[in-house]
Design a protein around this ligand. Structure first.
Ligand code: FE2
Length: 259
């Protein structure tokens, strides 16, 4: 599926955009399904705020125990009752998301990206609702999903056109060649902590926006610094994401996510 040029570009930049990877029908099927799940979740009392800040998720059992469940998280800002995201086991527990996530073209893409036996460890549906979808600050995905050696690769499926206005991804080309800055990991059964390894700043002045059309997929190396701004526009920016690693690589027990 991937050409030599595309793979070389991925290795050089740490990201790759593939247009028209999904059909519009596939996009709609995921959007329709999350709506069904969201509507059935509205009454659940245990809904947690999702935040990328260092403190909010600490000791948050709702988050900690979501690795093998389908749970919804609210936007962080006060008064917001909008969903920020749903995670982290849509790909195993929900039939529609499971079928999509393990489809032949996704497994083939992972194989083309050099994972011989890809194991999908995490899925997220990100709403980024019009007007309320919050910023996701600069980070490396390996901070949150760590393997030895690092073989984690993210796939980010655009279920809306993603633009500067509605909070598209931004990335630092080549930034994946830098070190892992920190890890977010379990201290024990109920506590999470950041451990910092390297203070080299991300070269955010070199960052580029990844404006993509609905149906595109963005491949993200797990050491690539990336972020997305808040959605202040009047249109949503839905996305579905998967993270997979080579099945035989070591997944330390202190990863926050237990699958
Ligand atoms: Fe990320």
């Amino acid at each position: 599926m991937l050409s030599t040029e595309q793979y070389s570009s991925y290795e050089e930049k740490g990201f790759l955009v593939l247009n028209d990877f999904l059909t519009l029908a596939e996009c709609e099927s995921l959007r329709t399904r999350i709506e069904v799940l969201a509507n059935s979740f509205q009454t659940q009392e245990e809904i947690s705020v999702f935040s990328t800040g260092p403190d909010r998720q600490l000791k948050d059992r709702y988050f900690l125990e979501s690795g093998n469940k389908i749970r919804f998280f609210l936007e962080d800002s006060l008064q917001q009752k909008a969903f920020n995201k749903c995670g982290h086991a849509l790909h195993t527990l929900d039939p529609v998301f499971s079928k999509f996530s393990h489809s032949e073209k996704i497994l083939q893409l992972y194989k083309d990206l050099s994972l011989q036996d890809p194991f999908i460890v995490q899925s997220m549906y990100i709403f980024k609702h019009a007007g309320v979808g919050g910023e996701v600050s600069w980070h490396q995905d390996a901070t949150f999903l760590f393997t030895e050696p690092n073989t984690v690769i993210g796939l980010w499926f655009a279920l809306d056109d993603a633009s500067l206005e509605n909070g598209c991804l931004w990335a630092v080309p080549g930034g994946h060649k830098g070190p892992l800055r920190s890890r977010f990991h379990r201290v024990n059964e109920v506590e999470l902590s950041f451990t910092h390894y390297d203070s080299t700043p991300y070269e955010v002045e070199k960052a580029v926006p990844l404006e993509v059309k609905k149906g595109s997929v963005v491949v993200l190396h797990s050491l690539l610094p990336h972020m997305s701004q808040a959605n202040a526009s009047s249109v949503s920016r839905h996305a579905y994401t998967l993270h997979a690693f080579e099945r035989t690589t070591h997944y330390p027990k202190d990863n926050w996510l237990r699958y």
